[in-house]
Write a new protein. Structure first.
Length: 159
């Protein structure tokens, strides 16, 4: 389980930064996607690049979860780092609010995040199956899988 760190004494000066694991294919896929959506509103750096600028955050904590570090020094960890990135990019601001205000949503998000971190290679392959290999041009393969499954079930139920 990742630790939720509240603040840093070394906030970024101009724009918030999302710090993520550069050795994680799943992470790289989604950061590439988010970078295109948030444009210049968020800086994306791997913890391998950025950890030295945040000496009050233990390296082991960077390895456990992504961190969104805001210009006021506040830190959002794990799934909330993604939700906060969405908010900064004006994509889905309600997710961050739900995470902050709804304990059940936060618990489900944290549990899902922990599952993903423990199964990154598998989840990365599933991501590519559902959305394609190019994060800058996702495909709705998941929709085709659902429709195909419904058609197969319908066909089999008619036999």
């Amino acid at each position: 389980m990742f630790k939720k760190i509240k603040n840093t004494a070394y906030p970024p000066q101009e724009r918030p930064i999302l710090v993520w694991d550069g050795n994680c294919g799943f992470c790289k896929y989604w950061v590439t996607r988010w970078r295109g959506l948030t444009k210049e509103k968020v800086v994306y750096k791997t913890f391998q690049e950025a950890a030295q600028y945040f000496p009050d955050i233990p390296l082991k904590e960077f390895k456990k979860a992504s961190r969104f570090i805001d210009t006021d020094g506040r830190i959002y960890s794990g799934p909330d780092s993604a939700y906060k990135s969405y908010s900064a990019g004006n994509m889905s601001p309600y997710l961050h609010k739900w995470y902050q205000q709804n304990g059940v949503f936060a618990k489900i998000s944290d549990t899902g995040y922990n599952y993903i971190t423990k199964n990154r290679p598998l989840v990365f392959k599933c991501t590519q199956l559902l959305f394609g290999k190019d994060p800058t041009d996702p495909k709705p393969y998941w929709l085709m899988y659902i429709i195909s499954t419904i058609l197969i079930v319908f066909y089999l139920s008619r036999l």
